[in-house]
Design a protein around this ligand. Structure first.
Ligand SMILES: NC(=O)c1ccc[n+]([C@@H]2O[C@H](COP(=O)([O-])OP(=O)(O)OC[C@H]3O[C@@H](n4cnc5c(N)ncnc54)[C@H](O)[C@@H]3O)[C@@H](O)[C@H]2O)c1
Length: 385
């Protein structure tokens, strides 16, 4: 079997399932439960926990999970190898740290933590305890962005010289039932959505060496128009229109804007500009999406068919990748170096603005291994060594 070769059915049946303890059974947990119980062949959700007991009970019933326990009991449970941290960002650092100290591998929803210092501490702890640490987003492992990655790696657009990324929306107080946290410390459009865009950019363009940024609070107060808090006022504590410039290690230059202050935009989500063409990358908050390519000698933008599978919502594929690494070794794709690099970029965009100076990145991050193009849905895939 080659490095990226397809596994036979026999390999799949022989595969060891890794037991996972899920902490946090809120909004996003359903898709993880579905994929980790039904889609991926090497994962088993052994237990779930939530501070709101009903949520854990309901999830266990819905997804046939054998054990409902507290987070503390999960740490003492020898059967559980991975803690999947699906709590809100404010809880990420503490739950990750305690899990690592208990000798568990950890996969955390985005962002890794609220500060770069905390992120570095978690990375160091994971190295000391010899456990795997990784986290969301894993959308870059899906069909859309992997197709773009292949086009770039195959040299179709030549040498990438620049990239743009735009995430501009009018704000979540129009639809979210509890939108306050988006405008408080740890919130804002960069921490909320930046991880999708920056992870996709690092996967396509490589690590970032230098950053600068600017941000504004365009509206110091926001009025909630969703139910049930319609009419309530939010005092805004964080920048809601943020622009960042990124110098990649290759010398290419990236531009990112994230905003909760824009009514509407016609701009693409992500574009990559190469010496021999332009690539339009689909929404990095999805696994699929349309890939378009412009070649100077071609006839305009042309849609490129996906070269990879997992175009549907495959959240949890990063956890399956971690399970594969536990069994076989190899380098995690959505691993600690990537998620901490992305956290540093987001913090740097903010600190560059505060200090009015360019920020030199401290972390170095290699592009994660590309996904194989010859796997079958539900199978695990051969890990790049
Ligand atoms: N909701 C989405 O659409 C979405 C999409 C992508 C990523 N995310 C990310 O997923 C994470 C969770 O978001 P969500 O929307 O599911 O939040 P949520 O508030 O709906 O769910 C979080 C759950 O964690 C539980 N929890 C918090 N601290 C806990 C603890 N110490 N022990 C046990 N349970 C605890 C809460 O009771 C809650 O049920 C966030 O990091 C978010 O950025 C959310």
């Amino acid at each position: 079997m080659g490095l990226f070769g397809r596994q036979s059915k026999k390999d799949v049946f022989d595969i060891r399932k890794i037991n996972i303890g899920v902490v946090g059974c809120g909004n996003i947990s359903d898709i993880y439960f579905r994929n980790l119980t039904k889609t991926f062949s090497n994962t088993n959700v052994y237990a779930c926990a939530d501070l709101i007991a009903d949520r854990a009970e309901n999830a266990a019933q819905k997804w046939g999970i054998a054990n409902v326990m507290t987070f503390e009991d999960m740490l003492l449970c020898d059967e559980i190898e991975i803690i999947l941290n699906l709590t809100t960002p404010q809880g990420h650092y503490d739950i990750c740290k305690r899990s690592i100290l208990a000798g568990k591998h950890v996969y955390v929803e985005k962002p890794l933590s609220l500060t770069f210092n905390e992120g570095c501490e978690l990375v160091k702890l994971a190295e000391e305890k010899n456990v795997l640490l990784g986290g969301a987003p894993d959308t870059f492992m899906g069909a859309g962005i992997q197709t773009c990655r292949k086009l770039i790696d195959d040299g179709i657009i030549g040498r990438p010289i620049g990239a743009t990324a735009f995430m501009m929306v009018p704000g979540h107080e129009r639809w979210h039932p509890n939108p306050e946290f988006y405008y408080k410390k740890g919130g804002g459009p960069m921490y909320d959505m930046g991880p999708y865009y920056l992870t996709a950019l690092v996967n396509l363009m490589g690590g970032v060496s230098e950053v600068c940024g600017m941000g504004n609070i365009s509206f110091p107060q926001r009025t909630i128009t969703s139910e049930p808090k319609n009419g309530e006022i939010i005092d805004v504590e964080v920048n809601t229109h943020i622009a960042g410039l990124l110098r990649f290690e290759t010398g290419a230059i990236g531009t990112i804007i994230t905003s909760f202050d824009v009514h509407k935009t016609n701009l693409p989500k992500i574009e990559i500009y190469g010496t021999d063409g332009t690539l339009v990358v689909p929404d990095p908050n999805t696994f699929g999406g349309k890939v378009s390519l412009f070649k100077p000698n071609g006839s305009g933008f042309e849609e490129i068919p996906h070269t990879h599978i997992y175009a549907e919502n495959s959240r949890g594929i990063g956890v399956a990748d971690m399970a594969q690494c536990i069994v076989e070794g190899g380098v995690l794709r959505a691993g600690k170096d990537l998620i901490n690099h992305v956290l540093e970029i987001m913090c740097a965009i903010n600190s560059s603005d505060t200090k009015k100076e360019y920020y030199k990145m401290q972390t170095v991050c290699a592009r994660p291994a590309p996904m194989p193009s010859d796997i079958i849905k539900g199978e695990t895939y051969k890990q790049a060594k």
